[in-house]
Design a protein around this ligand. Structure first.
Ligand SMILES: Cc1ncc(COP(=O)(O)O)c(C=O)c1O
Length: 183
């Protein structure tokens, strides 16, 4: 997903201190790859809040990428406030819903996020190694066009993109997926 966006040098990505490690593993390498800057925001009080994230924004902020519910302290972010602040300046909200989807009621339209990433093996009670990416439809097509050039995705049909089989690194992975999608 990070590779599917179009970046300009100097663009900023905001995440928070103490986030699930995938945030840093995903965004930190983008500094070298695209010349962007990752800002890691510390909470001003006990928990990270929408206000902390919004206060860290600058005109160069392109993406805020954080958990909906944190894995470490269980705090729930006011995502729609962050999304509104992002959209007011053309930035995007990437929400990791791994600790919320399946545990709390969720409506993507109310959340306002541009992208939702989610591991399947938490509150969705799915096998390890599964997960999903949801994107607003306009974003999905843009992702698809760019990722197809890099051979990451192979097709897009009825609002779904199919990931290239070479990304699954073992027959075990494929077995697990077939186990999920076959009725
Ligand atoms: C917030 C959050 N994101 C993602 C994950 C899962 O990440 P991965 O699919 O990289 O194992 C977890 C697992 O505990 C999590 O708590």
């Amino acid at each position: 997903m990070a590779h599917g966006l179009t970046w300009k040098p100097g663009d900023e990505i905001i995440t928070a201190k103490g986030e699930f490690p995938l945030q840093y593993a995903t965004w930190k390498p983008m500094e070298e790859r695209e010349g962007v800057k990752l800002k890691i925001v510390a909470p001003r009080d006990r928990f990270i809040t929408a206000d902390d994230l919004i206060a860290a924004m600058t005109p160069r902020t392109r993406v805020i990428s954080v958990s909906h519910v944190r894995f470490d302290d269980g705090s729930l972010l006011d995502a729609s406030r962050v999304a509104a602040a992002c959209h007011a300046q053309g930035a995007m909200l990437v929400l990791d819903a791994s600790q919320s989807c399946g545990a709390v009621p969720m409506d993507v339209n109310e959340l306002g996020a541009d992208f939702l990433v989610c591991a399947g093996y938490k509150w969705l009670l799915s096998p390890w190694g599964t997960g999903f990416l949801w994107a607003k439809s306009g974003h999905l097509y843009r992702l698809y066009k760019r990722l197809r050039k890099e051979n990451v995705v192979v097709s897009m049909r009825e609002g779904r993109i199919r990931v290239s089989p070479h990304l699954f690194n073992s027959e075990q992975d494929i077995d697990r997926l077939i186990g999920v999608v076959t009725p």
